[in-house]
Write a protein that binds this ligand. Structure first.
Ligand code: UDP
Ligand code: MG
Length: 321
């Protein structure tokens, strides 16, 4: 039997986009002659996305739906899909058609050629304002530099073989960061280039706050460099204060001036800033530890929808042949 390809897609308030997505995937995968299943994860949408997903699962037994009990965010949604995927190989893709489904057959081919992880990297970067683009660039560079996990031009559009997926699912962290963890596991990997399309319908689900959280999560889960930075800055300040202290003492002994308020103010400001920043950095790590220690499940499933093959009426099966 030919291998089963699981396509995992997180869905949050995509509305009619759900139909477009399912249709497009059916088309592409059908044409490529791949045996596949679609795992659609409704990340607590407030619109009719779930109803649409259920309709698709009823019409086509290759489609499976999982509904999370609330909006957990894209990362947990992807994780839920991955844990429910049954395929020999799984592809994670955005449901807004920004990741071109037409790239999937090529990715599967790479897998057949022996790769365990196939990453789609972007040739371009559309659908984002200048600030978003700059921010993305900066973050990616800083992240790559600090963590040695290459994120430049990376996307969440990835294929994982069953062994790679099983390895990924072994990682226990609460706030997972798919792009990072799927690089961290290693495995023989390769890339395919894709053009990231404009979003079809709706606006990006990312707010600045959500992106900031993602960045902080990514950093704190992959490196403790910011903590070391705090230590380094502290050391630098120690050296600086020895010098400044010596100078002040000498002046005092010599009965020098009482002037120097600007210096006092400056030193206080700079010190205060760094102390607070340092505390903030430590706080972020502490928050992470707190989160991990609580050990809550990373997502909760409210409902699943998949039609057992036995339930499909004879007529439907006959129609499809
Ligand atoms: N998404 C999700 N939960 C969220 C936000 C987004 O499942 O809380 C899904 C969304 O439906 C889409 C994918 O994640 O399939 C990427 O979201 P979006 O297009 O908003 O992000 P961007 O493309 O701007 O990175
Ligand atoms: Mg998008």
């Amino acid at each position: 039997m030919s291998p089963l390809v699981s396509v995992v897609a997180p869905i949050y308030n995509e509305g009619p986009g759900v139909d477009r997505f399912v249709h497009r995937l059916g088309q592409v995968l059908g044409e490529a002659g791949l045996r596949y299943e679609l795992v659609l994860v409704d990340d607590g949408s407030a619109d009719d996305s779930w109803v649409r997903i259920v309709q698709h699962t009823l019409a086509d037994d290759r489609v499976r739906g999982i509904q999370l009990s609330r909006n957990f965010g894209k990362e947990p949604a992807v994780l839920a899909g991955l844990e429910h995927a049954a395929g020999d190989v799984v592809v994670v893709i955005d449901s807004d058609l920004q990741h071109p489904p037409s790239a999937i057959p090529a990715m599967v081919q790479r897998w057949r050629d022996g790769a365990h992880v196939v990453e789609a990297v972007k040739r371009n970067r559309t659908g984002q304002g200048l600030i978003g683009r700059l921010g993305g660039r900066l973050f990616n560079r800083a992240f790559t530099g600090l963590t040695k996990v290459d994120l430049v031009n990376a996307t969440d559009f990835r294929l994982l073989s069953r062994p790679a997926l099983d390895a990924l699912l072994l990682l226990p962290e609460h706030s997972s960061f798919f792009r990072g963890t799927s690089s961290w596991i290693g495995f023989r990997r390769t890339t395919v280039e894709v053009d990231i399309d404009q979003r079809e319908g709706g606006a990006s689900r990312w707010t600045f706050g959500a992106l900031f959280r993602l960045a902080v999560n990514g950093l704190t889960s992959f490196t403790s460099a910011p903590l070391h930075l705090v230590t380094l800055v502290g050391l630098a300040f120690a050296g600086f204060s020895v010098l400044l202290g010596a100078q002040t003492l000498i002046r005092w002994v010599r009965g020098g001036s009482l002037a120097g308020f600007p210096t006092v103010i400056l030193v206080l400001l700079v010190m205060g800033t760094f102390v607070l920043l340092g505390l903030g950095v430590i706080g972020e790590y502490l928050a992470r530890i707190h989160e991990e220690v609580r050990g809550r499940p990373r997502y909760l499933v409210q409902e699943k929808s998949a039609r057992a093959v036995a339930e499909v009426p004879e007529q439907l099966v006959a129609d499809r042949k």
